[in-house]
Design a protein around this ligand. Structure first.
Ligand code: SF4
Length: 357
């Protein structure tokens, strides 16, 4: 892959922490995470969903902990999964303490609603005893009430996060990760840019409540993509009103778009135009579906004519440049055969199969 010379992104180097076995920050790969949407108290359904997400490449999973029954269920869930488990805590610090007892690998606290300093202190000391990292997870929609009511939201998020960071540091705790999410992309980017130069800790990035897949993936890609391009972000979640598998797929596509991770195939396909003389849309969709079954990194190009076709197809690991009734198959930049239109799909996928083997 990447036969041409491409520009590289220079990442902000943060202090590395470990959530379970997964490294976050420093020079570790940017981690893709998601959140279950099952009832956490339904242990079997939650484990089933997490296992499905693991298969899609989810590396860290967060679950909601709305009550004590859910906090206790985490113990069984933890035993049934392989990836690290993070508890999402709102409103009641005792849920954080119970989640720690259940053996979670990390948890997220929302300082806007978790309680007073004394309660947070109890949680921090318990986390310190077990070396369990805490994410200070700010959301624009639930900022602490006293944080500069007249200031812009991004500034208020940063101020609230810094206050919590200082509280944790004053308790000699530094297994910290921070997130500052808003629905508004410029607000989110501004907030992360500001905090990135103020603290050494890893940052979890995302656009909160981004919406349904059609618009939410675009909004998330713009926000997360802008931050990653600035070198900011150690772990990502694409928040979608959808099956969480969509979040994981979208997360990897964002990282692959910026050459920050390799994960399964990459499909290059031309947009078609008046020069296209074959049903390229159908062919590209067929290839896309077939590539979903492959988990190895391979760059495949499906091109509609001889203008950009040979160049892109040759730059890919395997490619086809289609002309009227015939197409040229490329592998590792070399033309290897000419095929008839009815054989385009079979011939291309045979070469892809040979390549990944
Ligand atoms: Fe048109 Fe050819 Fe470009 Fe495809 S590769 S959009 S067919 S010019």
């Amino acid at each position: 892959m990447n036969k041409r010379l491409y520009n590289k992104i220079h990442r902000r180097i943060s202090k590395q922490i470990k959530i379970g076995s997964v490294k976050i920050g420093g020079n570790a790969p940017i981690v893709v995470q998601s959140m279950t949407n099952t009832d956490t108290r339904d242990v079997m359904s939650t484990i089933r969903q997490i296992k499905e997400l693991e298969q899609y490449g989810c590396e860290l999973i967060r679950v909601a902990v709305p009550d004590m029954e859910a906090a206790h269920a985490l113990q069984k869930i933890k035993k049934g999964i392989r990836i690290p488990l993070v508890a999402d805590i709102h409103f009641d610090y005792r849920l954080a303490l119970a989640s720690l007892e259940s053996g979670v690998d990390g948890f997220r606290l929302n300082p806007g609603n978790i309680g007073d300093r004394e309660q947070i202190k109890q949680v921090v000391l318990a986390a310190k005893e077990r070396a369990v990292p805490i994410r200070i997870g700010l959301n624009a929609g639930s900022l602490p009430k006293l944080t500069g009511a007249n200031k812009p939201v991004a500034q208020r998020m940063v101020a609230a996060a810094l206050e919590q960071v200082q509280l944790l540091e004053s308790l000699d705790f530094d297994l910290i990760k921070v997130s500052l999410k808003a629905f508004d992309v410029p607000t989110t980017v501004t907030a992360y840019q500001a905090i990135a130069v103020k603290i050494p800790y890893p940052l979890h990035i995302g656009i909160t409540e981004a919406g349904t897949p059609r618009t939410g993936i675009i909004r998330s890609s713009v926000g997360i993509g802008a931050l990653l391009y600035l070198g900011i972000g150690d772990t990502i979640r694409v928040s979608l009103t959808a099956d969480p598998r969509e979040e994981v797929i979208a997360g990897y596509e964002i990282l692959k778009s910026l050459n920050l991770r390799q994960h399964g195939p990459v499909l290059v396909s031309c947009p078609t135009c008046g020069r296209t003389e074959v049903d390229l849309v159908k062919l590209a969709l067929q290839v896309e579906t077939a590539l979903q079954k492959i988990d190895k990194p391979v760059k495949v190009a499906v091109m509609g004519c001889v203008v950009n076709g040979p160049g892109e197809a040759a730059d890919a690991d395997v490619g086809i440049a289609c002309g009227k009734g015939k197409g040229v198959i490329f592998r590792n930049g070399k033309k290897i055969r000419v095929v008839e239109e009815e054989d385009f799909f079979e011939a291309l996928m045979t070469e892809v199969g040979n390549y990944v083997e």
